[in-house]
Ligand binder design. Sequence first.
Ligand code: NAD
Length: 500
Amino acid sequence: MTDSLPVISHWINGAEHPSTSGRTAEVFDPALGTATKRVALANRAEIDEAVAAAKAAQPAWGDLSLARRQTVLFKFRELLNERKPELAEIVTSEHGKVLSDALGEISRGQEVVEYACGMADHLKGEFSEQVSTGVDVHSSRQPLGVVGIISPFNFPAMVPAWFFPIAIAAGNAVILKPSEKDPSASMWIAALWKEAGLPDGVFTVLNGDKEAVDGLLEHPDVAAISFVGSTPIARYVYENGTRNGKRVQALGGAKNHMLVLPDADLDLAADAAINAGFGSAGERCMAISVLVAVEPVADGLIEKIKERMNALTVGDGRRNCDMGPLVTKAHRDKVASYIEIAEQDGAEVVVDGRDVTPDGAPSGFWLGPTLIDDVPVTSRVYTEEIFGPVLAVVRVSSYDEGVKLIDSGAFGNGTAIFTNDGGAARRFQRDIQVGMIGINVPIPVPVATFSFGGWKDSMFGDTKAHGAEGVKFFTQLKAVTTRWLDPSHGGINLGFPQND
Ligand code: NAD
């Protein structure tokens, strides 16, 4: 019976807010395989209440001086830095990733908080003096109002943090709708904002499912939506949000390839394939899921990867393991089903994760690292996002064939090339139709001062996450034309103003 489990509610107006919807979902500890909590699923009345509280709080916050807003940001950064091990434990207990990986995602989120601490600099406008006689023009960026963030399960701390520090520092009020699979990180972050001195109502957590998402997409007082999740939902959110007049950035799924050229350092490439393929059990949008081996490297590379896979430990993320469980049983079974599909499609399963012996409870959602060679590019193992610890190998005969293959896919999130040939790497970075490129770097997630986002079906909308693009997304531009009057400006002229 899970009815007696604690219920995670919402965070509205600076406090936990018991849910009245009567709807909840189970939240699992994936390493134990048992439900440990329930999460409230918001209804329309709760959505309205959350938006009203955010709307009431935003004007005063947006009007506060940048210096005062930044004081809160700096305090939040200090508290987060001190307490992140607490947050990492929460992430591990609901997502399953190992503690060091959970800490890693929090540190990447903290980077964006640090970037937002410099908001006074990022919001500097432009000024042109004497554009016409006695006339000056300047531009400024102002907050949008209430903005929504809808996040996926795989980075319960980092992905929301791609957006909320910038949105808040820029003077907006934020409503975060986290994944219902691991909602506790968001509630912990909300309490931390309160402790840092953020006024009540500026940061809200609205827990829920499709109903909460639709409520935000349709609410007239929500000005913008930042969404991260699978491609079909990203497309849905983009289409519906923009139809309702909102500014939307919607980051979707991925199928990231790593191209290994014959001159590459194969030890470095094998390490990279392991780290990027199996870190966080492959539940990363920037995970490498396809290894494109330019012959004759495949046999040697696979041998080195196999050796390393034999040494990997799978188990409870709170223990000293390399890789944790998958997030839910349904997801574990779906990922495992791709191994069967590979067998049916004539690929060779070199290492089978279904045989794993985990260091954890037998009821956990376990699937070990899996390596599949000679995957036909027509197989669903190649064409679909698997989002688990399954690394597919496709053999090609040339650089050109590899590039053509990578560009033929629907997604364009990340890709990497492994080579010692600077000319080939430079050609790759210019030619390839993908948003984020790694050169001998397998997970090329840009630092917070740059912006994150893919191309093609990996992102809908034209403004990416964090960095200068993030500031642009969460602000609207105003241009002010000024003339201080003197008698020479008198007279009537109905013509369109011309500069002289
Ligand atoms: P998901 O699409 O199932 O869920 C994402 C969010 O959408 C959640 O908050 C969820 O509650 C909500 N949602 C789910 N179904 C919905 C529906 N029918 N209508 C409206 N809202 C709905 O994604 P997930 O399984 O939580 O996360 C994994 C996916 O996210 C993968 O596809 C991964 O590639 C992608 N992802 C992408 C990036 C990126 O930067 N491009 C980053 C992280 C994850």
